[in-house]
Design a binder for this molecule. Structure first.
Ligand code: ADP
Length: 623
């Protein structure tokens, strides 16, 4: 196509040029002829010799292309003329303007005749202008040249195209293969060092780069996939935890409400003044059990939160495990008895030493025992067995109760996990007991496991603890609190707490024991009461309006009359930093709410005993 277009353009240009050259040559030729004739016609015109002019014109017979010629006088009259033999001249009556004109296939030319600068006539020439024949000849030649050139161009193109197209086709094939097989290791062989070679190099480099990037992309895709799976797992865990939380909240509400109905009923009974003492005593028993149940639920929750936030510190010492187990049995005893289970405990006679926190361990085993009692139909059989080995001791708590599906063995130790809520609705619990047990056992470097052949086949929980072989480890026996139910000596006591119910109820109990109690519900009132009658013991809430407990303690310590009082902080904050702050403020003891009588009475009792020892013999009360 390119060759063809180039040839056509050059042929057209050549043709135009050639036609113009042909015309110019003809005009120049006729002009020369006319000039010669004009020169020769001067004497004939001057002497009015038409015959001589005719003879000059007759010489034109040697130019066959000239078809007519004439000489005109100065005033435009025909003077002499010529026409080839056998042809008519067909001349114009008067000569046209000087110059040439082309009309069809004839060309005419008029040339003036001058003598001494004066026009004396004109010469007229007419010739055949054979431009069409010429044009046809030219076109034929050009067509032949074009065809020949195109043939040659096609031959050359056929030879050359392979050197150009082969590497490009190879690049295209490699690109297709890369797309199909995703093999970025493919390379196109380089055959030349020209532009095609540069193209092949660029393509190969591009493949290398694309390969590298694809690899990096695949790697990051893989990482992304792993991350996504982790996120999905985390999300699933979150959803599960969220569901457990919702279920837990429902259970919690249920479990906390449960004791409220019997408590409300009991209060109504107590309001009836003429209730007989036996009814009152039974009612009191109900209230005590229900309150204990609520306290246990809340304690468990607080304990889990303390462990999960890392705030629980074990008070470990060398203790005799059978003693701990007996304490646990005592705690679980009411529920064992209530459900009329047969209970068997097998323990070695001698001591079995472990390095542990006795209270926490008792809590673990009490939990396992009360679970065994709860999840066994009334009249079942519960066993506790201790198995002492070389390095460790294993305690098994066995029941013949509802059993646990083996698929749930791992899950039951998770927080708020309860196997079958519908079944257990009647059995108090929040799904925290086993979580607490496992965490406490693990804090003791031990482990806890469950074995159950399946639903309906009973369960066995095993706690394994390392034995303590170090006889040098000190055995610090915790001080046994004094029973404290009868006062050794009546004391002045101050109870300052903005929780009016708590202050009043504690005050009433202490008054019932014979002490003189002052109540205050803010810091300023507490100071006023203490100044009016300096107390032997002051129980101070920390978060009180007016002056807070720390401030009251500081002031009591600063005043001579109250300096010696036993100061007890009673607060909801039980962290080490809170205890430290209380100690700095001058407190002797720090009780975490809800402080019960078992904690309060020994403190009062210890002061009373000291007062008794210090007092003269005659002051001692009888008995
Ligand atoms: P709670 O007893 O308050 O529901 P736990 O954490 O103590 O919570 O126990 C978790 C779950 O494990 C219980 O809800 C119960 O389904 C199951 N479970 C615990 N002990 C036993 C047992 N001895 N027999 C059968 N199932 C038990």
């Amino acid at each position: 196509m390119t060759t063809c277009v180039a040839l056509l353009l050059s042929a057209t240009a050549l043709l135009i040029y050639e036609l113009r050259a042909y015309r110019d040559a003809w005009v120049a030729d006729l002009a020369t002829q006319a000039h010669l004739l004009a020169g020769a016609s001067v004497p004939a015109l001057f002497f009015d010799d038409a015959r001589a002019a005719g003879q000059d014109l007759a010489l034109l017979r040697h130019r066959p292309q000239i078809t007519a010629a004439a000489v005109y006088t100065a005033n435009g009259e025909l003077f002499a003329h010529y026409a080839p033999e056998g042809a008519t001249a067909n001349l114009p009556a008067h000569p046209a303007e000087d110059g040439y004109r082309i009309a069809g296939d004839e060309i005419e030319l008029v040339q003036e005749v001058r003598r001494d600068g004066e026009r004396i006539g004109s010469v007229y020439l007419r010739a055949r202008y054979e431009v069409m024949g010429r044009l046809v000849d030219y076109l034929a030649i050009l067509a032949a040249v074009m065809v020949a050139s195109l043939v040659v161009a096609t031959l050359v193109f056929n030879r050359l195209q392979h050197t150009v197209t082969r590497p490009i086709l190879a690049v295209a094939a490699a690109a297709r293969e890369v797309m199909e097989k995703r093999d970025y290791g493919l390379r196109v062989p380089k055959t030349t060092d020209d532009e095609i070679g540069a193209l092949v190099d660029a393509f190969n480099n591009m493949l290398l780069e694309v390969g590298r990037r694809t690899e990096a992309l695949e790697r990051s895709n893989h990482e992304l996939q792993i991350e996504m799976e982790q996120r999905q797992r985390a999300q699933a865990a979150l959803i599960l935890a969220d569901r457990r939380k919702d279920e837990f909240l429902a259970t919690l509400a249920h479990e906390l409400r449960n004791p409220l109905a019997p408590l409300t009923n009991s209060l109504e009974i107590l309001k009836i003044a003429d209730a007989d003492p036996a009814t009152r005593e039974r009612t009191r028993g109900i209230m005590e059990r229900q309150v204990r149940q609520m306290v246990r639920l809340i304690d468990d929750l607080l304990e889990v939160s303390r462990i999960t936030t890392g705030k629980l510190v074990l008070k470990r010492e060398r203790i005799d495990l059978p003693i701990v187990l007996r304490t646990a049995i005592e705690i679980a005893e009411p529920v064992l008895r209530e459900r009329r289970h047969e209970f068997v405990a097998r323990m070695p006679d001698g001591p079995v030493w472990v390095d542990a926190d006795a209270t926490r361990l008792a809590q673990v085993f009490a939990n396992l025992l009360s679970n065994a009692a709860k999840y066994t139909d009334a009249g079942g059989r519960i066993e506790l067995e201790m198995d002492v080995q070389a390095q460790c001791v294993a305690v098994h708590v066995r029941d013949n109760g509802i059993g646990i599906d083996p698929r749930m063995h791992g899950a039951i130790f998770e927080l708020f996990m309860q196997v079958d809520r519908s079944l257990e609705r009647g059995r108090a619990g929040l799904g925290v007991g086993l979580t607490l047990a496992r965490q406490l056992v693990e804090m003791h470097d031990g482990r806890i496991e469950v074995h159950s052949p399946g639903l309906g086949h009973g369960s066995q929980f095993t706690v394994e603890l390392p034995l303590c072989h170090d006889p040098a480890a000190s055995r610090r026996t915790p001080e046994r609190p004094a029973s404290g139910l009868t006062p050794s000596v009546p004391l002045d006591l101050l109870i300052a707490d903005d929780n009016v119910d708590f202050a009043t109820s504690l005050g009433e109990v202490l008054e019932a024991l014979g002490h003189r109690v002052m109540l205050a519900h803010d810091g300023v009132a507490a100071m006023a009461a203490a100044r009016a009658r300096p107390p032997a013991v002051a129980f101070l809430d920390i978060g009180m309006p007016g002056l807070n407990g720390y401030e009251v303690a500081r002031r009591l310590r600063a005043e001579p009359a109250t300096r010696a009082a036993l100061l007890v902080a009673v607060t909801g904050w039980g962290q080490n930093s809170d205890r430290e702050r209380a100690r700095e403020a001058g407190f002797d003891h720090h009780l975490v709410k809800p402080a019960d009588l078992a904690q309060v009475l020994p403190l009062v009792e210890s002061v009373a005993r000291r007062a008794l020892q210090d007092a003269p013999v005659t002051d001692r009360p009888p008995g």
